[in-house]
Design a protein around this ligand. Structure first.
Ligand SMILES: [Zn+2]
Length: 255
C-alpha cells in the first residue's frame, strides 16, 4: 500500500504505542533504541505507523480466536465506478488513482488513531477503538470519513463511505470477505451502508448519530432497504463541504 506521504504527516513515536497502551511494553520502533528490536525482526506495522509487527501478530491471534467482544466503529470506503473506470482509463492512471485513494484513507484514519484493517481491491476497511482504545472512537471515525471525502472531492475521486458502530466480536472483522453475510452484523451493516452511499456521500447509522450528538444535525435522514438485512435501516447522509466552500476564513461583518 503506497502510504509514504500519509506516514510523513503522522506524529511518529519512538516506541510502539500499541504495545505500550495494551501491555505496557516498551518496544522501540524508531531511533537507536530500536536496533535490538529490529535485529529480532520487530518493525513498524502497515496497520498504523505507530504500531509494530508484534501488535500485528497479537491482533491476528485475537482475530483468529474470535473471543474479544468490544465496541468498535467500522468505516468502509470504496472507489466508485472502479470496474467501468478500469475499462476506460489507462492501467497506469488507474493505479495512480488507487494510490491517491489509499493515501487519503491512511492520512484521515491514522491521524485519528484508527487502523487500516483490510484493503481489498477498491475498498478499505478501517477500525476505530482497537488496538488504540479511544472514548471518542465514533466521532473519530466520522471525522475521518469527512476528511477522506473532502480530500477525494478535491482530487476528483468519487468514493462512497459507510460508518457503523456497535459491540463487535473482533474475530468477525478478520473474516472480511466480499460475501458480507458470513461476517458479523456490525461489519456487515457498515459494508452495506457503504454500498448504498452515492459518490461523495457518507452514510451513518442511528447508533453513530446517537454518539456524535448534534454535531451533524443537518444530516439527511433516509430509510434504506439493504441487501442481506431483513429490516429497513434508518441512515443519515452527512454533507461534505465542497473543496472551495470548506475554506476556514468566514468573512466577519465589520460594525
Ligand atoms: Zn507493538
Amino acid at each position: 500500500m503506497p502510504t509514504r506521504e500519509a506516514e510523513a504527516r503522522i506524529r511518529k513515536s519512538m516506541m510502539c504505542r500499541g504495545c505500550w497502551e495494551v501491555l505496557h511494553l516498551r518496544i522501540f520502533i524508531r531511533g537507536p533504541l530500536s536496533i535490538p528490536f529490529r535485529l529480532r525482526g520487530i518493525s513498524t506495522s502497515e496497520m498504523h505507523p505507530n504500531t509494530c509487527t508484534l501488535c500485528e501478530k497479537r491482533f491476528k491471534g485475537i482475530m483468529k480466536s474470535a473471543q474479544i467482544r468490544q465496541p468498535l466503529t467500522i468505516l468502509f470506503a470504496d472507489l466508485r465506478n472502479y470496474t467501468s473506470l478500469s475499462t476506460t482509463v489507462e492501467p497506469q492512471e488507474m493505479s495512480h488513482l488507487l494510490g491517491e485513494f489509499y493515501e487519503a484513507c491512511a492520512e484521515a484514519i491514522w491521524a485519528r488513531d484508527g487502523i487500516i484493517n483490510k484493503v481489498i481491491g477498491d475498498a478499505v476497511l478501517a477500525l476505530f477503538n482497537f488496538p488504540f482504545r479511544r472514548d471518542s472512537h465514533v466521532l473519530n471515525a466520522v471525522e475521518a470519513a469527512i476528511e477522506l471525502q473532502a480530500t477525494c472531492k478535491e482530487r476528483g475521486i468519487d468514493i462512497g463511505v459507510g460508518v457503523h458502530t456497535g459491540e463487535t466480536l473482533i474475530g468477525e472483522v478478520g473474516g472480511y470477505l466480499r460475501d458480507f453475510t458470513v461476517i458479523g452484523p456490525v461489519v456487515n451493516l457498515a459494508a452495506r451502508l457503504q454500498g448504498a452511499a452515492a459518490a461523495g456521500e457518507i452514510l451513518i447509522t442511528d447508533e453513530v448519530r446517537n454518539e456524535v450528538g448534534d454535531r451533524f444535525s443537518d444530516a439527511q435522514e433516509r430509510t434504506l432497504e439493504l441487501k442481506g438485512i431483513a429490516e429497513p435501516v434508518r441512515a443519515y447522509a452527512i454533507k461534505v463541504p465542497d473543496a472551495e466552500a470548506s475554506g476556514e476564513s468566514t468573512p466577519v461583518a465589520q460594525p
